[in-house]
Design a protein around this ligand. Structure first.
Ligand SMILES: Cc1cc2nc3c(=O)[nH]c(=O)nc-3n(C[C@H](O)[C@H](O)[C@H](O)COP(=O)(O)O)c2cc1C
Length: 132
């Protein structure tokens, strides 16, 4: 079955540990149900999420996520077909920091706007390789 991969960025609204664990519970419950896998990188200034799975399932998930008031400014960064999954074992891997990517200062000065889809894919590929 063909796989669709999506990355979006957003700005957390009301970020704290409780909110984050509730959000991850929701994400993992729904993703197991829907056959969606991926990773969520989060920091107080930014969420970056990678989702992969059957095309319709990924788009329905993104539609729900866009309506969520726990974040704002959802911006699609990558939307492409993929030959296979990168996070097949993860209903939603949580990576606590953008350890392989941008600093807060870089995000503030527009680094995400300058990065292209390949860059976002590479960030998550590195995370997938680090955790496999
Ligand atoms: C940063 C962030 C990441 C999320 N990730 C997922 C996810 O991977 N899968 C998912 O189904 N919901 C995710 N959610 C939660 C959805 O927005 C939504 O609450 C959930 O899918 C339940 O939808 P429902 O309330 O319409 O049933 C995320 C929300 C936020 C704010």
């Amino acid at each position: 079955m063909s796989v669709t991969q999506i990355v979006y960025s957003s700005t957390p609204f009301g970020y704290d540990e409780n909110l984050l664990s509730g959000l991850l519970l929701d994400a993992r419950r729904c993703n197991r149900r829907d056959g969606v896998t991926g990773a969520l990188v989060c920091r107080r200034d930014v969420y970056l999420q990678y989702l992969e799975g059957e095309d319709g399932a990924v788009r329905n998930t993104l539609d729900r996520i866009k309506k969520d008031d726990r974040h704002v400014d959802v911006m699609l960064r990558l939307d492409a077909p993929a030959p296979s999954r990168m996070f097949g074992d993860w209903a939603m891997l949580h990576d606590p920091a953008l350890s392989v990517a941008w600093t807060e200062d870089q995000v503030t000065s527009g680094a995400l706007e300058q990065a292209g889809p390949d860059h976002f894919r590479a960030v998550f590929k590195a995370i997938a390789q680090r955790t496999s």
